[in-house]
Design a protein around this ligand. Structure first.
Ligand code: MSP
Length: 509
């Protein structure tokens, strides 16, 4: 039996409609979830919405709405986006659900009982937009206004009674934890940022607010609501039935294998979250991966800059798989990535229509015209085996790279195989072998096997299209198994293939 695999996206603030950054975190997580499933792991893939706190309360007030009603509406748009993106999530959690509140209060009670939390007074800067407290050295002046240096969002002065978590006490244990778990934070460059932040000294963290009410109440003092990040992070536990630690989901899936997040929320996930968990005697997750920003023309996408690429619009024009493929291939995972419609169109034309689409069309059409769509007999030459065996020879390495979240290695491997397969079909030119039927048959068989293997590798990236292609071999989703890419004769037992329509229309420029 392979290990279970628990993967999460960040839970999104339903303060405005979803944008490309949200779509990106989700698509990346879905890629890994699908890949792990076809590798034979039992997977739990979680996404959802983060609905408490001052940011949401203010957004609801702006629209004159009750915060829960407001969240109901916008959370729905995130849920819809999940299906539009064809996410294979096993659950969608909302932090306004009952099951979540009981997990949060349980965790709070444990921390309080262990004297990890004490009552005092907070005075300092707070950004509602980031839901984050900032030190004096983390803010700057911009046109007379105070903003956070890291996020650029406005900060306001807060002075109120607050509970504190003894974060300072966890500085050394955290550093020890990072050194014992060298791949806890990836990519490496971000790990170094986090470690130097922790080494520079941790102050106790304010974990409750008193000046507004939209949140989960502190169980022992109803004047306070629990800090939204302590509330939100706990979603990763509540979705798998914590605090019922004896229940199957919790036993099967905690600690999570990986939280996929954006780099802007790394501190919450890589410092506060493991500290809360260590303090409560709960194992921290195994990995936190902080991906980069999706930029539009060198700038972060933002409403005020008017450079937003709306995922829903893009999917409407170009189709979902084009967007998934483009984001996974063109953004160097872990770094910021520039996206544009022009680059998306070139990617559709060169990779999806010309490379993949063309290979499938040409081979299948040839098989139809010459073999009546029958899967032929074969007798492999050395050259055939060389191209077929490449998958078997690389499977271990691909798995290793993917376990380090090296998406770009994976996609590059697939693209390379596509080039090789197209070249093979061209060079072998089966149309010149009409008087050597065994050779003609073998070339078709090999080409079909290559299409099958490549389509399996493409499944986590473009699941709909991959399935469409695998259907021609009468394969369904349940038949997609990663290790069958090592098999060169999988199609031997199939009798014939089914015709295939055009996969990707070329975009006229
Ligand atoms: N609610 C918190 C997360 C709580 S997780 C316990 C939050 N929500 S968010 O809606 O603001 O952002 C969610 C994710 O979207 C973050 O990982 C963030 O990095 C990502 N993105 C938002 N804009 C982005 C880009 N322009 N590019 C890439 N991802 C960015 O933070």
């Amino acid at each position: 039996m392979k290990d279970n695999f628990y993967i999460t996206t960040p839970i999104y603030y339903p303060s405005a409609k979803p944008h490309m950054g949200h779509a990106y975190s989700s698509i990346v997580a879905d890629f890994f979830a699908r890949l792990k499933r076809i590798q034979g792991h039992k997977v739990f893939f979680l996404t959802g919405t983060d609905e408490h706190g001052q940011k949401i309360q203010r957004a609801a007030e702006k629209f004159n709405k009750d915060p829960l009603k407001f969240c109901d509406e916008i959370s729905k748009t995130f849920r819809n986006l999940s299906s539009l993106l064809n996410l294979s999530n096993d659950d969608f959690i909302r932090t306004t659900e009952k099951r979540h509140a009981s997990a949060v209060t349980n965790l709070w009670n444990i921390l309080e009982k262990k004297e990890e939390i004490y009552l005092s007074k907070y005075s300092g800067w707070y950004s509602v937009s980031d839901e984050a407290f900032y030190n004096e050295d983390e803010i700057e002046d911009l046109e007379g206004k105070k903003i956070s240096k890291s996020s650029g969002s406005p900060v306001e002065w807060v002075e109120e009674e607050s509970y504190f978590f003894k974060l300072s006490k966890w500085q050394e244990p955290l550093l020890k934890f990072y050194s014992e778990n060298p791949k806890f934070i990836l990519p490496e460059s971000r790990k170094n940022e986090v470690i130097s932040f922790v080494k520079s000294g941790l102050k106790d963290l304010s974990v409750s607010r008193k000046s507004f009410s939209w949140g989960i109440k502190v169980p022992s003092n109803k004047d306070h609501v629990i800090y939204v990040w302590l509330d939100a992070l706990t979603n990763y536990l509540s979705a798998i039935n914590y605090p019922k630690e004896t229940e199957k989901l919790y036993k099967d899936f905690w600690p999570a294998n990986i939280h996929i997040i954006g780099k802007d929320i790394l501190r919450f996930h890589a410092v506060y979250w493991p500290a809360f968990l260590l303090a409560a005697d709960i194992k921290p997750p195994q990995r936190v991966y902080g991906h980069g920003w999706i930029l539009s023309g060198d700038e972060k996408m933002s409403k005020s800059k008017g450079n937003i690429l709306d995922p829903i619009e893009i999917i409407d024009i170009y189709g979902l798989d084009a967007l998934r493929y483009y984001l996974l291939k063109e953004v160097s995972f872990g770094n910021d990535g520039n996206i544009s419609k022009e680059k998306l169109e070139s990617c559709i034309n060169s990779d999806l229509a010309n490379n993949y689409g063309n290979l499938c069309q040409r081979v299948i059409l040839f098989c139809e015209k010459n073999l009546g769509l029958k899967i032929p007999e074969y007798n492999f030459t050395k050259e055939d085996l060389k191209i077929l065996n490449d998958f078997k020879e690389n499977i271990e390495n691909i798995e290793k790279q993917i376990n380090d979240q090296n998406i770009n290695y994976y996609v590059d491997y697939v693209v390379n195989q596509l080039f090789k397969a197209n070249k093979y079909f061209n060079d072998q030119a089966p149309w010149t072998k009409k008087d050597d039927s065994l050779r003609l048959n073998t070339i078709v068989f090999v080409s079909l096997e290559l299409i099958r293997k490549i389509s399996i590798l493409l499944y986590p990236i473009i699941p709909n299209t991959s399935l469409k292609v695998l259907n021609i071999f009468s394969m369904e989703e349940k038949d997609i198994k990663f290790d069958t890419i090592s098999n060169n004769e999988y199609l031997k037992d199939k009798k014939e293939i089914i015709k295939l329509g055009i996969l990707f229309e070329k975009i006229k420029k």
